[in-house]
Design a protein around this ligand. Sequence first.
Ligand code: PLP
Length: 393
Amino acid sequence: MGINIEKVRNDTPGVGKVIHLNNAGASLATNQVVNAIAQYMNEELLYGGYETMTKNAESLNTFYVKTAEWINAYPYEIAFTDSATTAWQRAFFSIPWKNGDEIITCVAEYASNYISYLRLKKWFNIKIIVAQDNEFGEVSTLSIEKLITSKTKLIAITHMPTLSGLVNPVEEIGKIAKLHEVFYMVDACQSVGQYPLDVEKIQCDFLSGTGRKFMRGPRGTGFLYVNKDIIQQLDPLSVDLFSAHWMDNETYKMRKDAIRFEQFESNLSLKMGLTAAIDYQLELGMENIWKRVTTLGDYLRNKLKEVDQVKVIDTGRVKSGIVCMEINNHDVFRLMDIMVVKGINVSAASVYNSRLFMEKYNHTEALRASVHYYNTEKEIDVFVEELGKLINR
Ligand SMILES: Cc1ncc(COP(=O)(O)O)c(C=O)c1O
């Protein structure tokens, strides 16, 4: 059964206010998410933060159970974080790095991840190697395979980039990583909530996601998956009395589960909100969501063909709901601001977000319209019409 669009829009009060095509930035949340947060906050207000945590221990734990169900992992392989970047960095800096190690990444790599490679390079004599794209603009599995040496420590791939509808072949890469026994990290920030993820099929060691984008959770949330078989080899930079136990004057013991990547203090109301968001999407079914997102994405791409001066900058054979475009003779940041005033939320980005991709394909900046299942064809029509009027008047 498909998605009941009327129902999901009824659950999303924001659709009455704006045409929201900035789901790759932050989606509109549902009433269910906001109610879960408000209810928890209200209990904290009335009964105290620690006491509310104790009383709700079981409900708070469902975050791990649901996230695990969602990506086909075990609950003890999941950590709650405040963003995808926090999740990604906690994993990345926990790897036992040494001089000479090599990292293989991709053209579509997200800026913050690449900056972490550069930071690591200040501390260790490591090599950052960027695999080539294939003729479709996806990272080439052949190129990755050729680049692997005895020094390769990590393959780190952005599944769906922030700019362009590209879907990188993470499952194929997983097979290579497994074969060569190197750590494999997937940035699923833009794919989680949009695409049915299965860590067993991807065969990754780490996967990071954010709450506010296609998951439709609150801002300030994210999660990390770490494969159970490697957790105990990893040494996160930030450790506290939650991720480890203080045993005696000389020793502490790290937790054996993915809580080793968490710290005691976090916003538990937001954790409840994110759990509600996951629940909501589990009920809709990820296959249904992906089908609807790609249908709307294709619809938008086709409509944009009718607009002069607009060029969609997609790469890859399979395309996500993230539609980025170059617009001749127009400042996309200004266009974004004008659109917002008109009640249409889109975003704009520059080379700073995804430098390797932008430079390789000769782009400097792009306007981004990203659809989610609750959007409608009518909303897309209005956006395309307004864009056409704005740039071709
Ligand atoms: C591909 C990708 N990775 C990581 C991030 C960072 O996510 P967060 O802001 O939750 O840390 C983003 C944010 O846009 C992204 O697009």
